[in-house]
Ligand binder design. Structure first.
Ligand SMILES: N[C@@H](CCC(=O)N[C@@H](CS)C(=O)NCC(=O)O)C(=O)O
Length: 223
């Protein structure tokens, strides 16, 4: 199916390693929607610049500027894209399947990602905690729950045989798990699905290591 042309110039405020930005990049690439990346360097704290606060008062990425609107929060952004660019849908029509997709997304977006977020981990360290152990605890708990759901819902991908928003959340989350040295052995369905997704061109293009703001030592095109 031919991708829907964009209605205007889209700008994505993004950081290569940000799992939330990565989700939106997957959705844009999946639908073949052209966009311009505006890089916000999280480790240089650019998200907390006053100027960026005008874009996203939460001082987080991603933010998507589309048709004069500035959208924040990755999951509503993906749903907005799905509504406005309905080709290659990321949400199933069947209500139960749609529920399963959102259920998986919610675990990743609400129960895992906030616990590995930069600002949260900085505070864990500031209070004397071990930030890697802290993040890994919540990643393992969340991935175990996702794995249990996938045993019932997955086909080739997370929910059935079509790529969905759940897959757009899963791939970046698994990359974060690897960064926090979480052993993925206990999650065979997650590993199988991510391997299948990694073969797809839109997932390759959206990958952290394919981004122009990725440092040369990690960037695929420079290796
Ligand atoms: N719920 C938000 C979370 C956004 C978020 O936490 N973004 C992270 C990167 S994945 C961020 O910008 N962190 C900056 C910080 O912690 O200072 C979404 O889904 O877009």
């Amino acid at each position: 199916m031919a991708p829907t042309p964009a209605t205007g110039h889209l700008q994505l405020y993004t950081y290569f390693r940000s799992s939330c930005s990565w989700r939106v990049r997957i959705a844009l690439e999946w639908k073949g929607i052209p966009y311009e990346s505006i890089f916000v360097h999280l480790l240089k704290n650019e998200q907390n610049d006053e100027e960026y606060g005008q874009v996203n008062p939460m001082h987080q990425v991603p933010a998507l500027v589309i048709d004069g609107q500035c959208l924040t929060q990755s999951l509503p952004i993906i749903e907005y894209l799905d509504d406005n660019f309905p080709d290659r849908p990321l949400l199933p029509k069947d209500p139960l399947q749609r529920f399963r997709v959102r259920q998986i997304c919610e675990i990743i977006a609400s129960a895992i990602q906030p616990m590995q977020n930069l600002a949260v981990l900085k505070m864990v360290s500031d209070y004397g905690g071990n930030k890697t152990d802290f993040a890994a605890f919540f990643i393992k708990k969340g991935l175990a729950a996702v794995e249990a759901i996938l045993r019932e819902t997955s086909g080739t991908y997370s929910v059935g045989d079509d790529v969905t928003m759940a897959d757009a959340c899963l791939v970046p989350q698994v990359a974060s798990a690897e960064r926090f040295n979480v052993d993925l052995e206990p999650y065979p369905n997650i590993r199988r699905i991510c391997a299948a997704l990694s073969e797809l061109e839109p997932f390759k293009k959206a990958h952290a290591f394919a981004q122009d703001d990725c440092p040369d030592e990690l960037r695929w095109s420079k290796l």
